[in-house]
Design a protein around this ligand. Sequence first.
Ligand code: G3H
Length: 541
Amino acid sequence: MMIQSRIESIFCEWDDIPEQFRMTTSVEQREYLINGELRSLEGATQEVFSPVCIKSADGLKRHRLGSFPLMTEAESLAVHDAAVAAYDNGRGAWPTMAVSERIRCVQAFASQMKACREEVVCLLMWEIGKTLKDAQKEFDRTTAYIEDTVDALKDLDRISSRFTIVEGIIGQIRRAPLGVTLCMGPYNYPLNECLTTLIPALITGNTTVLKPPRHGVLLFSPLLEAFRDAFPPGVVNTLFGMGHTVVPPLMRSGKIDALAFIGSSKAANSLQKEHPKPHRLRLVLGLEAKNPAIVLPDADLDLAVAECVVGSLSFNGQRCTALKILFVHECIAEEFVALFSTALATLGAGLPWEPGVMITPLPDQEKPNYLTELVENAKKFGAKVMNDEGGRVNNSFFYPALLYPVNDKMRVYQEEQFGPVIPIVPFNEIETPIRYIEESAYGQQVSIFGRDPQDIAKLIDHLVNQVSRINLNSQCQRGPDVFPFTGRKDSAVGTLSVSDALRAFSIRAIVAAKEFDLNKQIISDITREHRSNFLSTDFIL
Ligand code: G3H
């Protein structure tokens, strides 16, 4: 089918959607989790519409998926109070519980969560337009992350189960929780990036408040019961509503001890500023990025194009790790552009459940207009759309636009497009992409495509001091999840990985005692009689 007619016929009638993927009942969510109870709210609600439009006699309409409560400031503060009370200044049952018990709760949650796979995957497709394959991957990657977190905590705990004696002082060093943690994830990985901060925060003994992102809210509704059943009251609490209403009051109270936020640096800055005691607030932030690819003259072009296509267009480019600007040496730029454009023509575009699709409708209603503005602005400064139908819009669907040649006058040179626009900058001197990286506000990752070990080594030695991951002949990405995921400058605060996240949400605490008989007797008695969950030689198997 011609690309134009494919774009025009991307949306179908309700009856043309395969039965197993139809959302026949809407999710009218009213419940939220507070102090171990699912309570209902009767106030204002927010309707949720899918990026997937349905064809009807009145034209195309975004399909209505349901609604969720818009909490008031007072309601959100009550949710927060439940987490504060459960922590109880570190005296609560959860922060003082044995690690092995907390592990059991997390495992109970994981097994209940697994039973919700089909429902959550379906909601991921409908709410944010993620393809079936990627939605399944997000779910499975998250449950694997939880299992790996349990293993990593067991390892950490085993190392801490011993005493150290130095200079006549006996010490036991373990990790202790920080307090009340607020977890906020982004709409591109609503499940994964909420739970990969929430679970490490929980398992290390913090009590939590979870605020789902602006798109990808309803998919949490099947999980609320699992949270309620698996954890003691007040340990997991949920906020629903507009971020600007429900979150600042919590920060202003000064009773948030750790903020895990994946989103924009602007929002993170303003939340941080609301906290009256900023030094008491541990920040774990994943922020913007504008990861470049540098394609050197000797690069394997087929490989570079294949990696840059997935790097820039997986989930329509809506990944913080996406390749968002491609610097291609001018001696190969035209060939690269031609190959890229051919590759684009073969990409599946369609609805999330259609086999083989990669390009799907966008959840952010403003995004097609914004991307069109970027394309128009680039055209004004001399770029052309190099692929057939690039930038064509059909309601919430935006067909990828390959822009070439891009220069520093264009908005897309600096702005994080977070969508399917691929800017290609031809360069002659390697200093051009290097200076771009040095002057960038961001410092997450880079991809280098080339063959010469000498040239690549030189770039590595410089760029490791500018970004946090250098990908050789490979797209940028977060995984595998045991690798550290972080960034410099405005791209991140703190490091996440299965094991780093455990550290991010905890602090080391020591019980130390001068080595004389009274202390030895006390320590022996406490450990022998299992009187303490902290001062303990118990070894988790
Ligand atoms: O949006 C940012 C995600 O953490 C990226 O993860 O590279 O696995 O897609 P990914």
